[in-house]
Design a protein around this ligand. Sequence first.
Ligand SMILES: Cc1ncc(COP(=O)(O)O)c(C=O)c1O
Length: 395
Amino acid sequence: MFETLEPKSPDAILKLIAEHQNDARAEKVDLGVGVYRDADGKTPILKTVKKAEHWLVGSQASKAYLGSRGDIVFCDAIEKLLFAEGAEDNSRISTVQTPGGSGALRVAAELVVRANPDAVMWVSDPTWNNHVPLLGEAGVKLRAYPYYDTDSNRILFDAMLEALAAAKEGELILLHGCCHNPTGMDLSVAQWDQLADLVTERGLIPFIDIAYQGFAEGLDEDAYGVRLMYDRVPEMVVTQSCSKNFGLYRDRVGALSFVARDEATAKTVDSQALYVVRTMYSLPPDHGGAVVAHILNDADLREEWLAELAEMRGRMNGMRKLLVEALQKTAPEHDFSHVEHTSGMFCYLGVTPEQVARLKQDRGIYLVDSGRINVCGITEGNVEYLAESIASVLY
Ligand SMILES: Cc1ncc(COP(=O)(O)O)c(C=O)c1O
């Protein structure tokens, strides 16, 4: 049977990580990886996570199955984080815990296809690479809307609106809640407002993927789009990840929330979501969700976590600024100022695939072909080398 299968090429990022690991040059730099790193190049376990894990080990009384929804305390806490503590009426919202944001995306896609086998979803060009297989392989028909202009390093907002004006009623539109991956360029408040008008006028269904809440400006600021759409539309989908903001990458913690027209429909969709989970993986892993729930519900730990989140955000913004300043010295006739206007871990540097190849070969600097960099790879120790290397491939 297996002879019918064709080999699949490995994920481009995994290949890049392996190449970086095998590079013997001391000055090598990894700007490709998709995780947060501190100034020492480590992906730390948050102190609040360690504390919550100690608490969990000491207090957990059973490892018996939870239901397909996962931990209801976790689901409730995430719902508040997304839709605001005081969301007046949450009877239209339903949330299930999922294995990471990826799990949420896949369960959501399966649910969408169950509701409408011909469902169409508009995704930004470019978008996170995994959006396409996670959603497309479930049977959602994907269309692209323009999002980013690599020449001017700006959002193509007018072109985006123009493309979406052709979307038909009931079609979904995938939006990145904040820290757009790969470009790092987010919609402004005014642009979200304008988009909400178009979405309501055309009867589109927002599908918001928010994998970096707290990495751009703050928990509430980063949820602006989610809360705005919740106020304006009858139906929407939100996929969430705790991989980055809690640093729980390998523990697989995320959530899928959907908003239905009314409470009765929400209950039906909820039962379908639980059924989809049962057919895919039965129930999500518990550990990370229990950790998150404890941090969010313990006032002191929550405060401490907010400070850790602010520290990560501060480091990313600091490194962005440092790189732009260093590039102003090494490549003064090139404009890299857009880098400072991006959010989260990623942005497009603005280099060609050929320049990416030269950076790798000549300088041991690793980034993906699109020129996307993870600013966490920048440190005070390597920023000058980076700026000088980038300048060397521009000419
Ligand atoms: C835009 C976006 N959505 C979702 C995810 C899912 O992350 P995870 O499945 O690790 O929680 C990621 C991770 O990189 C992402 O960048």
